[in-house]
Ligand binder design. Structure first.
Ligand SMILES: Nc1ncnc2c1ncn2[C@@H]1O[C@H](COP(=O)(O)OP(=O)(O)OP(=O)(O)O)[C@@H](O)[C@H]1O
Ligand SMILES: [Mg+2]
Length: 489
């Protein structure tokens, strides 16, 4: 954060160009040219990337290894059954981990003796670990959840688990025994949060105990076996500095965004699924002053604000009897009575849009949210659609005027096809022209080509348009060097 506080006007009130800023001549050339073509390859653990750490699979011995795993899998099912018979599950809750592991290893050992099966040391420790994960955790998902290099886990039926690592999807070599096994784990997750999933309630959202976001859909709606998606909760959220380092945007864009957030522009982070919207929103929130009272509203609490004065809310779906739902809109309406300085809605996706726009228009400026859309223009159409879907009858021009006066800035997040995530556009909403919302793009990501290895070559550039909010920035004491708005040819 300190890194970007340098654009703030000094206390004595004399606007100054910060000494550490890039040279006046060619302000963008150096950092951008260096940063742009490089996708975020400076990932923390590149060494761990190639082989899935969960299985001891070696590509050459793949077939042999698969057979071995199948054999162990069958054995594990049998041992698990016996374990469930002999373990006192209620007593397990409070038992220390070491004694539990010892207990499991002992029962498994006895059962193996009974079946006259001899395992080598490695297989035995694998099976003991997997049994422990079955009994106490989420079975085959457990090692994937523990692996910090994995962002997303996507299960397409029992035999296919994809993982996302470094922005790329890959098939893992972890599988479930069968659909029943998968269903049992799903059931374990959702029943822990007091919900149910079955043929009559075939899909469910939940949060894992580590904060990860979980969604499951079971047959018959899921045709080839249950579908599960997990967005891993990151304890260490990417901060502005990290995102700049990974090439998600430039320092100049960060300086602009800092001014925008600090000067209380209403910001929408737009993007496709998994494009980095929540991450961006979280990072942007770091520009909010510590003295402000912030209320956050989410369907699944993911945001981690650094400020001291934060009230967090999480909506709740209806229970099994269809009662007790508290929607984002309910939270938002209540939040307006809780004297917030700013309101942050994790994702606007429905009827809460009306209250969100109203909040932005009436005294809670500096509010932020994300929206699922492919461009700034598309984000506005999405807002329009949400308003009309919520049953409010208003002429389209009035709807657009409401949007235009509520929203000041739209930043577009995107996951490019090489897996890199970038802020591909920063666009200001400047008002209305006739029936159309007028906007101007200030920064954009320019694609220049493709490396042979599939990596995208590109750079961030200014469009040359001066900010509509320059005067406001100045009034609030944020002095952005004019050069950051100059395009590189
Ligand atoms: N610039 C980035 N560089 C590398 N990883 C990133 C970047 N931005 C986000 N990520 C990672 O990508 C994953 C998805 O990010 P995030 O949750 O912010 O996306 P989202 O658009 O909010 O997704 P959803 O649509 O599912 O809500 C996270 O694991 C996050 O840590
Ligand atoms: Mg999100």
């Amino acid at each position: 954060m300190a890194m970007f506080s340098r654009f703030k006007k000094p206390e004595d009130g004399v606007p100054q160009r910060p000494a550490t800023m890039a040279p006046v001549t060619k302000p963008l050339a150096a950092p951008v040219a260096a940063a742009a073509p490089e996708p975020p390859k400076a990932k923390p653990k590149p060494v761990a990337a190639p082989a899935a750490p969960t299985a001891k699979a070696v590509p050459v011995a793949a077939d042999k290894d698969r057979k071995r795993r199948e054999r162990l899998q069958d054995l594990k099912v049998e041992l698990h059954k016996r374990l469930l018979d002999s373990l006192n599950l209620a007593a397990l809750e409070n038992a220390p981990e070491a004694s539990l592991r010892a207990e499991i290893a002992a029962i498994a050992g006895e059962a193996l003796d009974e079946m006259s099966i001899v395992l080598n040391k490695e297989d035995r420790s694998t099976i003991n670990q997997e049994l422990y994960d079955e009994v106490m955790g989420l079975g085959p998902l457990e090692p994937l959840l523990k692996d910090d290099t994995i962002n997303d886990i996507l299960v397409n039926g029992p035999q296919q688990i994809f993982i996302e690592r470094d922005g790329r999807l890959e098939l893992s070599d972890v599988t479930f025994k069968d659909e029943r096994h998968l269903l049992r784990i799903i059931d374990k997750i959702v029943s822990a949060v007091g919900r149910r999933v079955d043929e009559s309630n075939p899909y469910v959202d939940a949060r894992l105990s580590d904060g990860s976001r979980f969604n499951a859909m079971v047959p018959p709606i899921a045709v080839d076996g249950s579908l599960v998606s997990i967005r891993k909760f990151k304890k260490e959220k990417l901060a502005i500095d990290d995102l700049v380092k990974f090439g998600a945007f430039t320092e100049e864009m960060a300086a602009y965004l800092q001014a925008a957030v600090a000067c209380r522009l209403n910001v929408i982070v737009s993007g496709g699924t998994g494009s980095g919207k929540t991450t961006t929103l979280n990072a942007l929130s770091s520009f909010i002053d510590n003295s402000e009272r912030i209320l956050t509203i989410e369907d699944t609490a993911e945001l981690q604000l650094q400020q001291i004065h934060v009230g967090r809310m999480e909506s709740r779906p209806a229970n099994v009897e269809g009662k007790g739902a508290v929607t984002q809109r309910d939270c938002l309406r209540n939040a307006l009575r809780m004297r917030p300085d700013r309101i942050i809605v994790g994702e606007t996706r429905g009827e809460e849009v009306i209250d969100m726009l109203q909040a932005m228009n009436t005294g809670h400026d500096g509010s932020m949210t994300t929206i699922h859309a492919n461009s700034a223009r598309d984000a506005c159409s999405r807002l329009e659609n949400m308003i009309s879907m919520s049953g409010i009858e208003m002429p389209i021009k009035a709807v657009r005027a409401q949007i235009a006066s509520a929203v000041n800035l739209i930043v577009q997040a995107s996951r490019l096809q090489d897996g890199s995530r970038r802020m591909v556009s920063i666009t200001e909403v400047t008002g209305m022209e006739g029936e159309v919302i007028s906007m101007q793009e200030i920064f954009r990501y320019e694609r220049l080509g493709l490396e042979p290895n599939g990596k995208i070559i590109g750079r961030f550039n200014a469009t040359g348009v001066r900010s509509h909010f320059s005067e406001r920035f100045k009034q609030w004491g944020y002095v952005l060097p004019a050069e950051i708005f100059d395009p590189i040819p």
